[in-house]
Ligand binder design. Structure first.
Ligand SMILES: [Zn+2]
Length: 350
């Protein structure tokens, strides 16, 4: 009877060649377009009201990112041992006459309840490598955007969704965390950080550099992903660019490994100094930003939204980064500043 059942079952199964390909989520060598779309659908949704720096909406974004990391098998690595790192942010006076929350009941008109103003939320996770002595890689993006600004509404829309700035960077770091956790465990450790309050003065990254999970000199590089959801006509299709290209040997190395990565074609804009990477760079880490921003008019406007996102560009360009980053984690390459090109605190940015 058992043999008959086995024969019947075998007859009903399709031959191996006809079996459907595994779902894209299980391929450790390619970014999954549907996953990227899903990250964006949440982070850039109107429900998150533009993830204003230091707001409850930023905390909701952080909570979502932490949940995703946990589901991939990434370990928490924030300063208090969890995923979410609450740091001091910009202190904002409450609007006149507005009294909120239990803290306000104690100090009417003075205190606002955390995390609504005065603090910011970041997320930090880690995929530990096989070699505990090896220095680590840090992949980063920023969680926050501009929130809701009624005075700057566009066609009645006052939600600054930040689908490109920087939900696209968060999607890249999430997707890299997901595929790196899928594949064989790398030799070197990789940290994933999603900073709060970049738009408001870099508070999340500043706290991270002051309370790092390992001493900062134990990071051999930081790659920040910032605005990779729009194509830049100045570079070939499905290509990203790196700020401060000539400052280090990292960009040329990644490109030689197959990353669709070229030099920043807008050096006059000073983008090397305009993202959270600069805080790590000033502390000595080889820290540069990957982007494809093509100076689009949607920048810092309500129409930086899901409708204007190029998910095909994101999928192809993130895919091109997977093997170079995996090789970086398994190899011995040591990124270094080129002679005289390491930024010093207070240096004049170019
Ligand atoms: Zn940004």
């Amino acid at each position: 009877m058992k043999l008959l059942l086995a024969l019947l079952t075998a007859a009903l199964l399709p031959p191996p060649a006809a079996r459907p390909a595994p779902p894209p989520q299980l391929n450790p060598n390619a970014a999954c377009r549907r996953c990227i779309q899903a990250y964006e659908n949440f982070l850039a949704s109107d429900a998150l009201k533009g993830r204003g720096s230091g707001t409850r909406d930023e905390l909701l974004a952080a909570t979502y990112v932490a949940s995703e990391l946990e589901s991939y098998g990434i370990a928490p690595a924030a300063a208090d041992g969890g995923f979410i790192e609450i740091a001091p942010g910009r202190r904002v006076s409450p609007p006149p006459g507005i009294v909120q929350g239990p803290a306000a009941a104690i100090l009417p008109g003075f205190a606002l309840p955390s995390p609504n103003l005065g603090t910011t939320a970041s997320v930090v996770g880690v995929l530990r490598g096989r070699d505990p002595q090896a220095r680590a890689l840090l992949l980063t993006a920023h969680l926050d955007h501009l929130g809701v600004i009624p005075d700057r509404a566009l066609d009645g829309d006052d939600i600054f969704n930040g689908a490109d700035d920087d939900a696209s960077g968060c999607s890249a770091v999430l997707e890299l965390a997901r595929v790196l956790a899928l594949g064989p465990r790398p030799r070197r450790t990789v940290y994933f950080a999603f900073f709060g309050s970049e738009e408001d003065g870099g508070y999340g990254a500043r706290y991270f550099t002051q309370h790092p999970p390992v001493p900062l000199h134990d990071f051999f590089a930081n790659l920040e992903f910032e605005m990779i959801g729009w194509p830049d006509a100045k570079v070939p299709p499905h290509t990203l660019w790196l700020t401060g290209w000539s400052r280090s040997n990292l960009g040329p190395h990644l490109a030689a490994e197959g990353a669709k990565l070229v030099a920043d074609p807008h050096p006059a804009q000073g983008f090397f100094c305009r993202s959270d990477n600069i805080q790590l760079a000033e502390d000595g880490v080889v820290a540069q930003t990957i982007s494809s921003f093509g100076m689009q008019p949607m920048y810092h406007r309500p129409n930086d939204d899901l409708a204007h996102l190029d998910v095909g560009l994101m999928t192809a360009s993130i895919t091109s980064m997977i093997r170079p980053i995996r090789n970086l984690l398994n190899g011995r390459f040591a990124p270094a500043w080129n002679a005289g090109m390491a930024p010093q605190p207070g240096f004049r940015c170019r």
